[in-house]
Design a binder for this molecule. Structure first.
Ligand SMILES: [Zn+2]
Length: 198
């Protein structure tokens, strides 16, 4: 099986209403033509399942040998869980306890295993870095890192490791004074605030 073609992925994201095209005010204050509303992925499980089908096919092809899928709470849990289900692997998640990323207690088989990390969106890689650190403490060998959407356009690395993505999107951000969308007179949309920094 070969990895899915980019346009197939793009179509599915658009169908899920998670990938929006318009004229958006980013939290940075800049303007952008594209906005990724990740909560929409969770809101529409049937659409998410189709996307995770493609992710699972990619993982099966690129990284067949591992024991666990590990995802950070909360946004990526549904994605990692579905991927693990489709791949016949185990699943665990990490969460912040008193600011520190930790593995949720009770995942007894995780220590010393071989895992992949599955995250929803890569922007700066901060969450993935934290997951890597806490898995290292549990002697987990990280075979690969996957994200649904890489907003850096596919160039990002986390701690020197490549991040594999289903969709690599280079989102151009414009200064308000120099925005082609403003010049076209498109109304500016302020999307709902994200629940965490990624
Ligand atoms: Zn603008």
């Amino acid at each position: 099986m070969t990895p899915p073609a980019d346009d197939e992925v793009l179509t599915l994201f658009k169908q899920s209403d998670a990938l929006l095209r318009g004229h958006f005010l980013l939290t940075s204050g800049k303007h952008s033509e594209w906005y990724f509303e990740k909560i929409r992925l969770i809101e529409k499980p049937a659409a998410l399942e189709k996307i995770v089908d493609l992710l699972a096919a990619k993982i099966r092809y690129e990284t067949p040998d591992f024991d666990y899928v590990v995802s950070p709470a909360y946004g990526a849990i549904a994605i990692g869980f579905l991927a693990a289900l489709k791949l016949g692997k185990r699943f665990a998640f990490t969460q912040r306890a008193e600011e520190k990323m930790t593995v949720r207690p009770g995942f007894a088989g995780l220590d010393g295993s071989r895992a992949i990390i599955v995250e929803d969106i890569l922007t700066t890689g901060g969450s993935i870095q934290e997951v890597l650190a806490c898995l290292k403490e549990r002697r987990v060998e990280v075979a690969d890192i996957y994200v649904l959407v890489d907003r850096t356009g596919g160039t990002a690395q986390v701690e020197g490791r490549a991040v594999r993505s289903l969709l690599a999107l280079k989102v151009e951000a414009f200064d308000p004074g120099n925005c082609p969308l403003c010049r076209q007179g498109l109304p500016l949309i302020k999307p709902g605030a994200s629940d965490k920094k990624t």
